[in-house]
Ligand binder design. Structure first.
Ligand code: ACM
Length: 741
């Protein structure tokens, strides 16, 4: 019987497919059957129960969050197993109503793919007003998201009132200034910045969220990212009497000077990872337990997030207290000490009937027995945890970090280096291919994260969240996705809803891709990556594109240095601006005859020949596809220019961003050959000035000579030295276009 019903349903579904695209619902329901006509409210019907909620029919709806929704011209009927399912049916109705003002005759059978569908908001780097968090909760509920993770404590500010430790907010919630611009910045505002939530405000927020079936997970960071707490209570540090130190890679002149004059511990004013972390002492554990008591009193969440990420071991290594503790307890190394720390806290949290969740570094030195892992550095942490039968929330930065750039629009504000366009979020599948079906059951859901180093206010936060948070909602809910075009169509219907709610959003829907193919004397440039339904316009005059610019119909031939600006026309307006700069030189389109190590994903999007394709990398966006990157390996490339060629200059650029594990090469060498067999060195440079973060051009002037084969070798910093972010790991080498003149 059940079988027949679903076969019939499938037939109807196939017949109805053409009209499905019209339903502006996000996340898209799992089964939709649209009929003819619309539900019409008639005044005479007001006394009838036009909406019937049937939570008794457990046999029809099995998922606690699922629902059946049937709309006829005369009646709307909801069947759900629980109040949550009925609530989600209502959200579907509200979306239909809000987006199209009428509710079509329809049958929907819906239930989520994952039990956990979340967003994280970092209120530590920048404080976000309660009113904004409520607006966010409103939209999350409409999109059937059920967890808001609040990152409440950071190096740059402690944001939650703790009655037992008043200095956490009187001292820890205020920093004396903020780095200006992109790290390492052009100075410091030297203006006090702060903010915190009272316990009463948070309790009210928890109740507001609960009414929308959203759980709020509080995160109290430990043992790292603890500078604000340490500034308030220096005894939490291994070295209470030492002034706040910046790691070498986090050098920022303004803050450095301030420490010299002020002394003592300060709330951090720049971004990064800092060495002064919690000491694993009885004083600290007592502090944490007292703090968590108050936190658990405010937040009924079964998950308590304890951070655990990015904890340098530098202080623990040189602390005699830590070294003695390790000997006494038989703790093998500092990673095991981190595990000891987390496991002690887990025991306490478990004793209160709650469970811990932490970033994937809590795997270091052995996972706490009942911990849930939030996999952020990639999928590996999640895969390891799932294989060990631990619950996992997937939030890999390459797919879920909503603070990364969302377009190559030159107007996009400063963001973290990564590039994560809407389509890249949408195409993410939270279940890693490496897991068996049984292991995959430990993947409990997916979350989008908004870190706010470069997001100073609610409007920018909203702009970065939307529409990408909608793709996260869909990834968490929709079992069989309907495709990116179908999704973006629905997103455009959502824009007026966000606008009406006073929320900002980005209109970047597509990832306009500018690619090249070498031709004699230049390149053919293609603009693609978007739905064929929309026109693309472009210019090379250096201005933002306008609707009156040239319409793109096919590859554009570029034979000299140039800038291209392209835009997509949506509703007679330009959206999705993209730009690229070209250099046509003697390396452009040369034959790559050897590349000893290939660039590593995801920094290989333009392929092995991305450094001779005529397209320059973008100064700020590390993952624009045009920066090629090697992890711990040398760049060793040999080109054939086709014939003996007169050259006078060879140049390229490298990134120095040591906070992101990206180091300059230790040396760059160029060699030349006439026959492709015997190479002689024509230039060597080393001992680059590493103190300046940013991009370094390495250029060789060649005494005018004729060469056919060119070999370029750049050696990496093999292992990141102590004192720098990622110490002990291989460094990354990032290289731009090779230019031969
Ligand atoms: C993180 O991004 N450090 C969790």
């Amino acid at each position: 019987m059940k079988k027949h019903r679903s076969i019939l349903f499938l037939i109807f579904l196939t017949l109805a497919q053409k009209t499905i695209a019209q339903l502006p619902i996000i996340p898209y329901p799992n089964k939709v059957l649209q009929g003819k006509g619309f539900y019409t409210v008639t005044t005479s019907a007001t006394k009838e129960a036009v909406i019937v909620i049937d939570t008794s029919a457990g046999s029809v709806v099995t998922s606690p969050e699922g629902y059946y929704l049937t709309v006829t011209p005369k009646q709307i009927k909801v069947v759900a197993k629980t109040k949550v399912g009925a609530f989600y049916a209502m959200q579907t109705l509200l979306q239909l109503e809000a987006a199209s003002k009428k509710i079509p005759v329809i049958t929907i059978e819906d239930a989520p793919a994952f039990g956990y569908r979340g967003l994280m908001l970092d209120v530590g780097r920048h404080f976000m007003p309660i009113g904004f968090i409520k607006q966010l909760l409103d939209v999350m509920a409409m999109q059937k998201m059920n967890n808001l993770h609040l990152h409440l404590t950071e190096d740059q500010g402690w944001r939650i009132e703790i009655k037992k430790y008043p200095k956490l907010t009187s001292v820890g919630s205020v920093r004396g200034g903020t780095l200006i611009g992109k790290y390492p910045g052009s100075g410091n505002t030297n203006a006090a910045y702060g903010g915190f939530y009272t316990q009463a405000q948070l309790k009210e927020l928890v109740a507001y969220a609960a009414a929308k079936h959203i759980n709020i997970i509080p995160e109290i960071e430990m043992p790292g990212h603890a500078s604000a707490a340490i500034a308030a209570y220096p005894e939490l540090s291994c070295f209470p009497n030492e002034p706040t130190q910046l790691t070498k890679n986090m050098y920022a002149t303004a803050t450095e000077n301030k420490i010299k004059t002020v002394g003592g511990k300060i709330v951090q004013e720049t971004w990064g990872v800092f060495d002064d972390v919690f000491a694993p002492s009885e004083y600290t554990f007592n502090f944490i337990e007292n703090v968590l008591d108050e936190v658990m009193d405010i937040f009924p969440s079964s998950y308590i997030h304890i951070g655990g990420d990015e904890c340098p071991k530098t202080a623990w290594k040189r602390s005699s207290y830590c070294q003695n503790l390790m000997k006494e307890k038989g703790i093998a190394n500092e990673h095991a000490l981190q595990s000891y720390f987390i496991q002690r806290v887990e025991k306490y949290v478990n004793s209160k009937g709650r469970k811990i969740i932490g970033w994937d570094e809590i795997l270091e030195g052995g996972l706490a027995p009942n911990a849930t892992v939030m996999s952020w550095q990639g999928e590996e942490g999640g895969i390891t945890a799932a294989k060990e039968h631990h619950d996992v929330i997937m939030t890999p930065q390459g797919s879920c970090y909503l603070n990364f750039y969302q377009s190559s629009d030159p107007r996009d504000s400063i963001a973290f280096g990564g590039f994560l366009p809407l389509e890249a979020v949408y195409s993410y599948n939270p279940v890693p291919a490496a897991l068996t079906a049984e292991e995959a059951t430990y993947i409990k859901g997916v979350q989008g994260n908004l870190w706010t180093e470069y997001i100073a206010n609610k409007d920018l936060a909203s702009f970065m969240l939307f529409p990408r948070a909608m793709a996260i909602a869909e990834n968490g809910w929709t079992k069989t996705k309907t495709g990116f075009d179908h999704f973006t169509n629905r997103v455009t219907k959502w824009q007026p809803i966000l606008k009406q709610k006073g929320l900002h959003f980005s209109d970047h829907l597509y990832n306009v891709q500018i690619t090249s193919k070498p031709i004699a004397g230049g390149i053919n440039v293609s603009i693609g990556g978007i739905s064929k339904a929309h026109k693309i316009v472009y210019n090379t005059n250096g201005k933002l594109p306008s609707v009156n610019d040239q319409i793109y119909t096919g590859p554009i031939t570029i034979t000299g240095d140039a800038n291209l600006q392209a835009g997509v026309i949506v509703n007679n307006k330009i959206t999705d601006v993209a730009s690229a700069a070209f250099s046509i030189n003697k390396a452009t389109g040369a034959k790559l005859i050897s590349l000893v190590h290939v660039p590593k994903a995801p920094y290989n999007k333009s392929g092995n020949t991305g450094f001779i394709n005529g397209i320059l990398a973008n100064d700020a966006r590390f993952s624009d596809g045009e920066w090629l990157a090697w992890e711990g390996k040398s760049i060793d490339a040999t080109l054939d220019l086709g014939a003996a060629t007169k050259i006078t200059q060879i140049a390229t650029r490298f990134i120095n961003s040591r906070g992101s594990w990206i180091h300059l090469p230790t040396s760059v060498e160029v060699l030349g050959s006439e026959d492709g067999k015997t190479f002689t060195r024509i230039g060597l440079q080393q001992n680059f000035d590493t103190s300046k973060e940013g991009n370094l051009t390495v250029s060789f002037s060649i005494p005018s000579t004729s060469i056919r084969y060119i070999q370029l070798i750049a050696h990496p910093v093999a292992i990141i030295p102590a004192g720098f972010a990622g110490a002990g790991n291989p460094s990354w080498l990032f290289m731009d276009e090779l230019i031969i003149k």
